[in-house]
Write a protein that binds this ligand. Structure first.
Ligand code: PLP
Length: 432
């Protein structure tokens, strides 16, 4: 039987071939009869599986064994696969030599883990525009949170944050959690500039890279952030894994995120009764229990595929399709695109909009039923931001159902036809 090292080394395709997805050619039934090729335009929620990811998972499946707790052949092989996945992810995000790379369940889990590990009394700064996963864990874990107003430009974001940092008492631990790309507007946030302003004030930075990492290179050292968090299922690797990578000092001093096997060095009966625990250091401290090795392998395989695709492969193609989508929607008078930083802001392929006379849910259903297009409707787990943008877009609620937007998003493997079909469908539904 082959070794895992051999089993996971799929031929290294490059360019778009490296980013082929399994869902290509899947059909969807139409309410109007017949079926059509499914246009998956909801990558920002969960992206399809890369063929490379599936192949690497399938190649390892027969060799599956326990991780960190067996001396048998497959246990040792699988432990190697798990730690190799950690090294691959570390390289992919440019982790520094003493950074920790933790496998979690998701971005939500990663940010909750970090929130649980912050020193007591940490002041946390977050823009009100964040996804709930970046907005809510801090207060939930007892920290003092300062919400920053939604900025109208990247420069205003930096100025707002810098002004807030200036109010910090000296010596108090502090953190800014900021997204790299908005899950509502797709707009890029000035991460490097925010990190520089934060560090000048002794504030650490956690980057929510859930929407950025599938589309742009994210390098911890280059951006000079302290932690980065992202999810496998948005990175074409939907096997239940996420990542938290970054500085080890607070993580190493914190109580383990979960108490259990694997996170301990020594467990004894305490002389006076009860239990005495010496917790493990390093990643093991926060990875109690049997790890999701298949999820970790899948994330690493996606990292390998994106690396093999070559620099600029997703971004260049996606920029072209994004232009087609936004230019097309802009020609439909009833459509309002939601935007914080303006039409010319740099963005990843995530576009939210409203159509006069349609509820978000109604429009999304019509797109699915009549055109085989999958988009998302709602407030996208970023309620303060979407409510604000809906107000600014003049959405007046005279359509049926609650106020909501529709979001189209795409990435690797999206054919141009899916994007042009969406524009044509919206045009027809809007009666333009
Ligand atoms: N952050 C952003 C910007 C997101 O878009 C999402 C998910 O949509 C999350 C965090 C949470 O990701 P997950 O649901 O994988 O934990």
């Amino acid at each position: 039987m082959s070794t895992p090292a051999q089993s996971v080394s799929a031929p290294a395709a490059t360019g778009d071939d490296a980013l082929a997805v399994l869902s290509a050619g899947v059909t969807a039934p139409l309410a109007t009869g017949g079926e059509v090729e499914y246009a998956a335009l909801d990558y920002a929620a969960s992206a399809p599986v890369l063929r490379r990811v599936w192949d690497e998972v399938a190649a390892h499946a027969p060799l599956y064994g326990s991780v960190h707790r067996g001396t048998g052949h497959l246990s040792r092989l699988t432990t190697g696969v798990f730690e190799d996945a950690r090294r691959t992810v570390a390289g992919f995000v440019g982790a520094r030599a003493d950074d920790r790379v933790l496998f979690t369940r998701s971005t939500t889990d990663s940010l909750n883990l970090l929130a649980a590990a912050l020193p007591a009394g940490t002041r946390v700064f977050v823009f009100e525009t964040e996804h709930h996963a970046a907005l809510l864990p801090w207060a939930h874990h007892g920290h003092d949170v300062t919400w920053l107003d939604a900025p109208a430009s990247p420069a205003e974001a930096v100025a707002t944050a810098a002004a807030a940092f200036a109010t910090l008492p000296a010596g108090r631990p502090a953190l800014l959690c900021v997204t790299g790309a908005s899950n509502v507007t797709g707009e890029l946030w000035p991460v490097r500039e925010l990190a520089a302003a934060a560090h000048r004030s002794g504030v650490r930075v956690a980057l929510d890279a859930a929407q950025l990492v599938p589309h742009r290179r994210v390098d911890i050292g280059d951006l000079d952030v302290d932690w980065v968090a992202f999810s496998g299922h948005k990175l074409y690797a939907p096997f239940g894994s996420g990542v938290l990578a970054g500085r080890g000092d607070w993580l190493d001093r914190a109580a383990p995120y979960l108490a259990g096997g694997g996170a301990t060095r020594l467990v004894t009966r305490a002389p006076g009764g009860g239990v005495a625990v010496e917790w493990a250091a390093g990643e093991a401290r926060h990875e109690a229990g049997s790890p999701n090795v298949i999820g970790a392998l899948a994330v690493a395989a996606a990292c390998r595929a994106l690396t093999d695709a070559g620099p600029g492969t997703p971004a260049g193609r996606e920029r072209h399709l994004l232009g087609l989508l936004r230019d097309g929607l802009a020609t439909i008078p009833a459509v309002r695109e939601l935007s914080l930083f303006g039409a010319d802001a740099e963005r990843v392929p995530v576009v939210s909009f409203t159509v006069e006379g349609w509820s978000g849910d109604g429009l999304a259903r019509a797109l699915s039923d009549r055109y085989g297009i999958g988009v998302r409707a709602g407030l996208f787990c970023a309620q303060p931001l979407v409510r604000r943008l809906l107000g600014e877009a003049g959405a007046d609620g005279d359509c049926e159902g609650p106020l909501q937007a529709v979001r189209a998003s795409f990435g690797a493997g999206t054919p141009e036809e899916h994007v042009t079909r969406l524009v044509t469908a919206v045009r027809r539904l809007a009666g333009a």
